[in-house]
Design a protein around this ligand. Structure first.
Ligand SMILES: [Zn+2]
Length: 294
């Protein structure tokens, strides 16, 4: 093994982390939009409170006013969520394309240092297949639609309750915030999970294209790593082994592990990163590391 291959193994996790950072940046943009949407709705609700009679801390609307106001708010919810859904689908798609391309390319780049072979990009077809993979019958955009539809429906009902006097003027802000918080958690979970899934699957395509023989599970050395991932850390499999474990598929959502390509079966990286204090440490498995920090 040459020093370039060693560099490859030491660096591949840092590259993975770089890609996660990029995902977090896009995520931040999506969450900012959600906050704008939340405030649009809150303003509308505040204006209703100013305009109509409040009796014993609840709105007191006539039947006609209720119908009119409810239609207006419903329309706002529908429009806001329609736009938000489209933005999230487009944003996530763009992100997954860049992450997929960069994952493949950075793996090639790292392996090619000091070696003489042609850099290739992942084919558009292979990447599209990964991005649009159905899980339990749904692709990422179906999931975004379904999540948004559910949140919008609940929000509409909550505002209806408010307009009918069943939720107080003091509570409605909390109710709307709570609903938007679950909207944000849906988006966070989905973006992180899809990002990790695309990375893992592109990694498999890459390893196959370059005929990699051995792969090793690498978890992150910090206290957020789950038990199952900690136990897999350092385990090696032949790429074609049917019993090979694959991050997410065999672990859980929000898993940050990677299957790192090895130059040979007995290869062991010299160092790795302790993510708890961001320091370089001698190679050790997660379980050894865990014992060490106690
Ligand atoms: Zn994991």
């Amino acid at each position: 093994m040459n020093k370039y291959q060693q560099f490859f193994n030491d660096k591949s996790l840092e590259f993975a982390e770089e890609l996660y950072k990029r995902a977090d940046k896009e995520l931040l943009q999506l969450l900012k939009q959600q906050k704008i949407d939340r405030d649009t709705l809150m303003t509308q609700v505040a204006n209703i409170m100013l305009k109509y009679e409040i009796k014993d801390s609840v709105l007191n609307l006539s039947n006609n006013d209720f119908k009119k106001v409810y239609q207006e708010v419903k329309l706002t919810v529908v429009e806001v969520f329609k736009e938000e859904t489209e933005k999230e689908i487009n944003g996530l798609r763009e992100l997954l394309i860049t992450i997929g391309q960069d994952k493949f390319y950075s793996s090639s780049f790292l392996l090619s240092l000091g070696l003489n072979f042609k850099l290739q990009k992942i084919s558009e077809k292979a990447l599209e297949k990964i991005i649009n993979k159905k899980i339990n019958g749904l692709i990422y955009s179906d999931r975004i639609w379904a999540n948004k539809k559910k949140v919008a429906k609940l929000l509409q009902n909550e505002i209806k309750e408010f307009l009918q006097g069943n939720i107080t003027v003091n509570d409605i802000e909390k109710v709307i915030k709570h609903r938007f918080n679950s909207n944000a958690s849906n988006t966070k979970r989905l973006v992180r999970n899809e990002t990790a899934r695309v990375q893992t699957e592109v990694n498999e395509v890459w390893a196959k294209d370059y005929d990699i023989d051995w792969q090793m599970w690498m978890a992150t050395l910090d206290d957020k790593t789950s038990k199952i991932c900690g136990r897999y850390d350092g385990k090696k499999w032949r790429r074609t082994d049917p019993n090979k474990k694959i991050p997410i598929e065999d672990s859980h959502i929000n898993c940050r592990c990677s299957l790192v390509s090895l130059p040979s079966e007995d290869y062991k990286p010299k160092f790795r990163r302790d993510n708890q204090n961001k320091e370089k440490v001698n190679w050790q498995t997660y379980e050894e590391w865990k014992v060490g920090i106690k």
